[in-house]
Design a binder for this molecule. Structure first.
Ligand code: OAD
Length: 261
């Protein structure tokens, strides 16, 4: 009962902050896709639990055993291809479309579900900035070309891995690995959105991976406030203006006043 009251009070605080905001920076993480069936990274059954990241998500791992790395990414692609945006993604897309251009969605997710939600809502305004890249893009390890790539991956042997049409070098997933820097232009775009926002709406991230985790603090130190949606506390909770405890798929449609279609 008290939990429900607390949640309603936080929901009201969060809603009024969003209602009076001119610009909103939205930062999402794996939790926003949990209800779509995409495993998170650090929760129980999280993606890093069964696989050691240093074995799979580093440039060194790819140099050592590209087949194994591609096998893992191929598996993740297949898993994500079967998932659809949930009411949380859809509420965000509809709301951002309605409020454009004053909402910028920045995601750490590589699953493409925000984009799918935005496209089915018809709202280019809700296309996200993808901080950590995309499962469905590749980058050439030779000439650096980036391209969309949705075909199934054949990781039965090193010879069957995807190669560049232009220079025949091995293609790699266009995602940010441990020890790699984010694309400076992408980071600058996200930073500018965070700096100019009155509210940072932070959804479904454990807020421990930098530099993404610091972006809501940029909003706060520029005079804005942080509103969080997460079933659990995070390092951002103590400084948050409102922290709504709950799952994105049920909280976001209520918070944003948008019924998911
Ligand atoms: P994590 O797995 O670290 O955190 C997921 C967060 O989502 C946790 O705080 C959960 O409490 C919360 N959560 C779980 N279910 C939820 C739900 N239904 N609704 C809302 N929240 C929910 O994932 P991230 O914070 O996204 O980076 O991880 C950040 C980065 O770490 C990832 O982008 C990835 C990883 O290393 C790279 O691969 C570069």
């Amino acid at each position: 009962m008290t939990d429900d009251l607390d949640r309603d009070r936080d929901l009201d605080r969060a809603r009024s902050a969003l209602d009076s905001a001119d610009r909103v920076f939205v930062l999402t993480g794996a939790g926003v896709s949990a209800e779509s069936g995409v495993p998170t990274f650090r929760g129980s059954g999280g993606l890093w639990k069964e696989h050691r990241p240093e074995e799979l998500a580093t440039p060194q791992a790819f140099r050592r055993d590209p087949r194994l790395v591609w096998e893992w990414y191929g598996w993740r692609r297949e898993l994500v291809s079967k998932c659809s945006p949930n009411p949380g993604h859809r509420a965000l897309a509809a709301w951002a479309h309605h409020r454009r251009p004053h909402v910028r969605i920045v995601t750490q997710n590589v699953d493409g579900l925000h984009e799918l939600a935005a496209r089915s809502d018809g709202g280019e305004a809700a296309l996200p900035v993808e901080l950590h890249g995309s499962l469905f893009r590749v980058r050439c390890t030779g000439c650096g070309r980036r391209m969309e790539h949705r075909r199934p991956i054949d990781a039965t042997s090193p010879e069957t891995l995807p190669r560049c049409d232009a220079c025949d070098a091995l293609l790699r997933p266009d995602v940010v690995w441990f020890g790699e820097s984010l694309d400076p232009e992408v980071l600058e775009e996200a930073g500018a959105a965070a700096r100019s926002a009155d509210v940072a709406l932070v959804v479904g991230t454990s807020a421990v991976v930098e530099p993404a985790a610091s972006l809501p603090r940029v909003t706060a130190s520029s005079g804005g406030v942080v509103v969080e949606v997460n079933p659990r506390e995070t390092p951002l909770t103590p400084g948050a203006h409102a922290s709504v405890r709950g799952e994105a798929g049920s909280v976001l449609p209520r918070l944003l006043g948008v019924e998911a279609v």
